[in-house]
Write a protein that binds this ligand. Sequence first.
Ligand code: DAH
Length: 355
Amino acid sequence: MSDIKKIKREYLEKLNRELNQDSINQIKTELFGKNGSISNEFKKLGSVAVEERKKFAADLNLVKEELQEKISKKFHELEIKEINEKLKNEKVDVTLPERSFEQGKIHPVSQVIDEISSIFSEIGFSVEEGPDVENEYNNFTALNTPDNHPARDMHDTFYLDNEKKLLLRTHTSPVQVRTMLKGKPPFKIIAPGRTYRSDSDQTHAPMFHQVEGLHIDKNINMGHLKGCLNYFIKEFFEVDKIKMRFRPSHFPFTEPSAEVDIGYEIKDGKIVIGEGDKWLEILGCGMVHPNVLKNVKVDTSKFQGYAFGIGIDRLGMLKYGINDLRAFFETDYRWINHFGFDPLDVPSNYRGLSR
Ligand code: DAH
C-alpha cells in the first residue's frame, strides 16, 4: 500500500473516534504541520519520477482535501454538541414565580429639576447644560467679574489648580456664557445643574443646585422678566395668586439687578406660599450687563435681555416640606423612601426600598 493510502486510512480511522478540540488540533498538526505526514509527502514530490508525478500529486491532493474536510466536520460536530449541552443545562423554567425586586425612588432634586424644566419649556425655553468643572473665565471674567472683584471671594470658590484657572463652578451663570459663545441670538434657555461653594450648615451644602435662565432678543425688558418669574412661581407652587417683590440688589453680570422675594405665611406649622406678610428670598435676577453681552460677541445695539438664577434645593425644600438641606445629600434610604418620588411606571411586584 502506498504511503498516502496508509496515511489516509490511519487518520480517517483516528478521526472517526470521539475527539475533543485538543485532540483534533493534535491530528491537524500531525498531518499538516511543518513536519506533518501530508506535508512530508508533498516534499517528496520533487523526487518522484516524472511519469508518476502527476498521478502522485493528484492522489495526494485528493487525500489532503478529504482529510481537511473530515477535520472541519469534526470541529463542527463538536460545536453543535457543545451548544446542545448548553441548551440542555440552561433550560429556563418559565413556570417559576418571578422574583420581586427593589426599585429606587426619584430624588426630590431630580423631581424638582424635571418640574422646573417642564414649566419653562411650556413658555419656549430650551434646556442647556454646562460642565461642573469650569474655567475661571466663564465662571467670573466673562460675567463681568474681573480679578480682585469682591464677588470672587464671596463665592468661596473651590479652585482645582494653583493658578486659579480651573474651578468647580460656583453658579450656573457660566452656562449663559457658553450658550451665547456657541450660538447666535435670540437665546431663550434655562440651565439646571450642580454648583459648588465651600460652605456647610443647615441651609448651605458645599454642593447644591441652581437653575439659570437667560432670555436675549430684540426689545426684551424687565416687564418680561417679571411676567416670566410670576408665571413660573405660580406654576411651580401650584397656586393661582402669589405675592412677589423685586428688591434692588447687585450682581456684576446684571444691571439693574434685583432679588425676588415671595410672600408666605405659616399655617398649622406649614409654610403656605402666596399669602401672608412674610417674605422669602428665592432668586437673583436682572437685565444682562452690556459688558457680558460684549464679551460673548452679542451686538448690544440690537439685543438685550434678562437673566435669573434660582436655588433649586431651596425651592424643593419649600414645596415638599423638607427642612434640612444636608439631608438631600446624605443618601439615607429611609429619607429617600419618605421624600422620594415614584417613577410613572411602577411594576406590580415592586415592594419599595427595604433597607
Ligand atoms: N449667579 C448668581 C448667584 O449664584 C445668581 C444670579 C443672579 C444669576 C442674577 C443670574 C442673575 O443670572 O441675573 O448668586
